[in-house]
Design a protein around this ligand. Structure first.
Ligand SMILES: N[C@@H](CCC(=O)N[C@@H](CS)C(=O)NCC(=O)O)C(=O)O
Length: 202
């Protein structure tokens, strides 16, 4: 098994932290986007969308999408459980993971891709949309602060893949100038908790 990685990517970081939490050692291959390595025919054969992360199994099967890679790893290495134990828990983890991805990570990715210099000339940037997404992300952090009141982690008192998605979103947030406002005590306390885990810098 090997992981095609993009070191600065929030989605690739989600998978790297997941792997570290499982205690797995999976060789990684860093794909250099600046050299166009993700658009070369050998990579496009593995993932025609040219995106990372991508997990390649020993038989050549390729799994893209960070959520799908985590699901596969959870199936083959169930412990420690990061995606819920019972059907209800699994549904709740899925619900929160999707919320963290769609409501917080995605707006922050839009801030990055529509306002950052790095993407100038690479794709069409609509700066106004980036700014709207910045506001959306901030509003969602306010919402999250209320939701996690009284909980140690995003879903309940166990660390799950939903925490991983949210913490990777906030790392990107910092990079694009979307910081958690000080008055959001629950989100700040939660972030301090997840950032202190030994896997946080995977
Ligand atoms: N939904 C995918 C998103 C993957 C994705 O967009 N990866 C970005 C980095 S975060 C990428 O590889 N971008 C390269 C490109 O679009 O050319 C996932 O969750 O893995």
């Amino acid at each position: 098994m090997k992981l095609y990685d993009l070191p600065a990517s929030p989605n690739a970081r989600r998978v790297r932290i997941f792997i570290a939490e499982k205690g797995l050692e999976i060789p990684t291959i860093a794909v250099d986007m600046t050299k166009g390595e993700n658009k070369r025919p050998d990579y496009l054969e593995k993932n025609p969308l040219g995106k990372m992360p991508l997990l390649e199994l020993d038989d050549g099967t390729c799994i893209a999408e960070s959520g799908a890679i985590c699901r596969y790893l959870e199936e083959i290495h169930p412990e420690p459980i990061l995606m819920g134990r019972t059907p209800v828990e699994r549904a709740q983890v899925e619900m929160w993971n999707r919320r963290m991805e769609l409501e917080i990570l995605l707006p922050l990715i839009n801030v990055f891709s529509h306002t950052h210099e790095m993407w100038k000339g690479v794709h069409t940037q609509v700066a106004e949309w980036g700014e709207i997404c910045r506001e959306t992300a901030l509003a969602r952090l306010v919402w999250l602060d209320t939701e996690i009141s009284g909980r140690d982690f995003i879903v309940n008192d166990d660390y799950t893949v939903a925490d991983i998605t949210a913490q990777c979103a906030l790392v990107l947030g910092k990079a694009v100038g979307v910081r958690v406002p000080q008055e959001l005590g629950n989100v700040n306390a939660w972030f301090a908790r997840v950032a202190a885990r030994p896997t946080a810098r995977a």
